[in-house]
Design a protein around this ligand. Structure first.
Ligand SMILES: [Mg+2]
Length: 121
């Protein structure tokens, strides 16, 4: 298991806490933030994966992802896996914004485990 931390971008405090507990149960530490703006501004080098809500105040999860991808290209950074974690079901919009994968909320522990295996192994 990698020691990298997971970034969870989620504006709902209940979902934030639930996701944090689930990731902790899987052996991962996470940092949670509540806005797309913070997600774009964060130093992604410390994170192994981002779980990104779509419905966020200010810029939404797809817009934040577009800006993160632009920044990676501009700064020559490594491409971080971004997984949508959302009640919305527009997979193609998520993929079009540069997201790697998609989980429907509420995410089951097995769903999260599958993503960690896929992107963090
Ligand atoms: Mg939301």
């Amino acid at each position: 298991m990698t020691s990298k931390v997971i970034l969870v971008v989620e504006d709902d405090p209940i979902v934030r806490l639930t996701t944090q507990k689930q990731l902790s149960a899987l052996g991962y530490n996470c940092v949670t933030i509540a806005t797309g703006e913070e997600a774009v501004a964060a130093d992604h080098s410390e994170f192994g994966l981002i779980f990104m809500d779509i419905g966020l105040p200010g810029i939404d999860g797809t817009h934040a992802t577009l800006l993160i991808r632009e920044r990676e290209l501009r700064e020559g950074r490594q491409r971080i896996p971004i997984v949508a974690l959302t009640a919305h079901s527009d997979r193609s919009r998520c993929a079009g914004a540069g997201m790697d994968d998609f989980l429907q909320k509420p995410a089951l522990l097995d769903d999260l485990r599958g993503m960690m295996t896929k992107y963090m192994s």
